[in-house]
Design a protein around this ligand. Structure first.
Ligand SMILES: [Zn+2]
Length: 242
């Protein structure tokens, strides 16, 4: 096994997250044991390589996760749906952090997601890479999805607004099919799905990610049994051609 891509969402206790204390200890553990890299960077042949991906750009990434990543000297990918991002919000930090994941999406004006101002601040840090996460976070394997808008336009908007190259795409809800893959591979070098499996490197047309939300301990994703399962899943998925 060479590359494990980890998928996070919220930086608080939630079905879709881990609280700050857990992330702090988890990041310290990652820093001690593994090589943390961004998409396309060379793999360390001596160690397990990990790539951290945070989906949806919740405000708690900016307020909680990013300072912890910086504290531990780690890098990460932030997957953003640019159609849901607003310029600035009036709400105070506590109110924004308290919003549920559902409200963050349903009511963008309440500030549950990062603003463009905050994303531009993150974009100044080369340790943060950006991925497009659809333009409006709809499932793309739905026949009604506008793939040009959701896949191609999402890249254009992010690059223009953040002045950073965007070479990665993360499927919203992990939903994809053969047609979405043609679009995604046309516009992005790295395309991510879910799948609880490891990867041999960056060259795969579709990279698997392992769910890192709701960890029971800082190292619970890395037990020998789990590592074996990620590898078996990768072999099984390859054998099935998915
Ligand atoms: Zn998402």
């Amino acid at each position: 096994m060479t590359l494990l891509v980890l998928m996070y969402h919220r930086a608080q206790t939630d079905r879709f997250g881990n609280d700050a204390a857990m992330l702090d200890a988890h990041f310290a553990y990652l820093r001690r044991h593994y090589a943390c890299i961004l998409p396309g960077e060379p793999l360390d042949p001596q160690r397990l390589n990990v790539c951290l991906t945070f989906d949806d750009a919740y405000y708690d990434f900016f307020a909680v996760a990013y300072p912890l990543l910086s504290k531990h000297g780690l890098c990460a990918v932030l997957a953003v749906s640019p159609g849901l991002i607003i310029e600035r919000v009036e709400a105070v930090e506590g109110t924004r952090l308290a919003l549920s994941s559902y409200d963050a999406y349903a009511y963008p004006e309440r500030g549950g997601l990062c603003t463009w101002t905050e994303l531009r601040q993150l974009a100044l840090d080369p340790r943060i890479a950006f991925a497009a996460h659809g333009r409006t976070h709809v499932r793309l394997d739905n026949y009604r999805a506008d793939l040009s808008r959701e896949i191609a336009d999402a890249k254009t908007v992010l690059q223009e607004r953040l002045c950073r190259e965007v070479n990665s795409f993360v499927y919203p809800f992990g939903g994809f099919n053969a047609e979405t893959q043609v679009w995604a591979r046309k516009f992005y070098r790295h395309v991510f799905r879910i799948g609880q499996a490891s990867n041999r490197g960056w060259q795969a047309p579709l990279l698997y990610r392992v769910v890192a939300d709701g960890m029971s301990t800082p190292e619970s994703l890395f037990t020998p049994a789990r590592l074996l399962r990620y590898r078996c899943n990768a072999l099984w998925n390859r054998a099935r051609g998915v």
